[in-house]
Design a protein around this ligand. Structure first.
Ligand SMILES: Nc1ncnc2c1ncn2[C@@H]1O[C@H](COP(=O)(O)OP(=O)(O)O)[C@@H](O)[C@H]1O
Ligand SMILES: [Mg+2]
Length: 277
């Protein structure tokens, strides 16, 4: 309970500011191993992911990128046959500690998926949905307070100007690019500290990809962003640090520019040059 409380506190107020300064890394994993039944998908993952920057996660299909991402906000555990060993700390708090509430973990860590998944309700209600769900404020918000939240979040994802005159339109009628922006926008009112993005541009055309990348860049600093991508150009353009995975293991983690110009491992060079994957 104390742990859950501590996690809750890091999201808000003075306690959060103090711990953000002392925790050098947003995400720290120690000997993280994961099995789907008998199949081991992650092997001894030891990573320190810096706060406030964009880290990209690259590697061939099936190497465990999605599995790793989903371990950080404890989505994998929904599957009864998943077994996890090792530790994951988010801003200094062990997310697997006894008494930690998953809802608190999820509040800290927002996730964006490959296909945009807005709810079939209005644009406005999509933005307010997570906020209402997490019950941050016990009383019912005034309409003007809600308006402020909706406008703030939509502005942050560069969607406000396009949708401000039809906020009651169904979100599922938006273009895919707009839907994905909205899916990012609806995470923000909950005030997460980490955003996990699993190939967020894979369903978008080049123009949409560029627009969403631009928005992701704008969010770095305020949020720690961990983004999976298949697109080497995107990884290179859009991230500060880069992690290369292969068959459930981390091969290399470093500055993106260095990793692309002078990779330490041959496997990384082979992947970047498109020899497999
Ligand atoms: N729900 C699941 N049940 C069983 N095996 C899975 C499941 N999800 C992923 N796997 C397996 O785990 C490995 C890693 O998958 P994944 O994390 O999706 O890789 P990536 O995102 O890098 O493509 C793959 O071999 C995949 O088949
Ligand atoms: Mg994947």
């Amino acid at each position: 309970m104390e742990q859950a409380q501590a996690i809750a506190e890091t999201g808000n107020g003075a306690a959060g500011a103090a711990s953000a300064q002392t925790a050098a890394h947003a995400i720290h994993t120690r000997d993280l191993n994961l099995w789907y039944g008998d199949f081991q998908a992650l092997y001894d993952i030891n990573l320190d992911i810096k706060q406030g920057i964009i880290t990209s996660l690259i590697g061939p299909s099936g190497c465990g990128k999605t599995t790793f991402l989903r371990s950080i906000n404890r989505i994998n555990e929904r599957l009864g046959y998943v077994r996890i060993q090792g530790a994951v700390e988010v801003y200094g708090h062990d997310i697997f500690a006894p008494g930690v509430e998953i809802a608190q973990v999820r509040k800290q860590i927002g996730m964006v998926f490959q296909r945009p998944n807005p709810l079939p309700i209005s644009i406005r209600d999509n933005v307010l949905f997570g906020f209402n769900l997490h019950g941050e404020v016990r009383r019912r918000l005034h309409r003007s307070e809600q308006d402020e939240i909706v406008e703030g979040a939509l502005r942050q994802v560069l969607l406000w100007d396009a949708v401000k005159d039809h906020l009651d339109r169904k979100a599922t009628e938006l273009s895919l690019e707009e839907q994905q922006k909205l899916c990012i926008a609806r995470l923000l009112p909950v005030k997460p500290r980490v955003l996990l993005m699993d190939e967020p541009c894979s369903a978008l055309d080049p123009k949409g990809t560029e627009a969403v990348e631009e928005l992701i860049w704008g969010l770095a600093g305020e949020y720690t962003i961990l983004i999976v991508t298949h697109n080497m150009a995107q990884a290179r353009r859009a991230s500060d640090e880069c992690i290369f995975m292969l068959m459930g293991k981390v091969v290399e983690h470093g500055d993106t520019a260095d990793t692309f110009v002078t990779p330490v491992h041959k496997e990384t060079a082979d992947y970047i040059e498109g020899r497999y994957g």
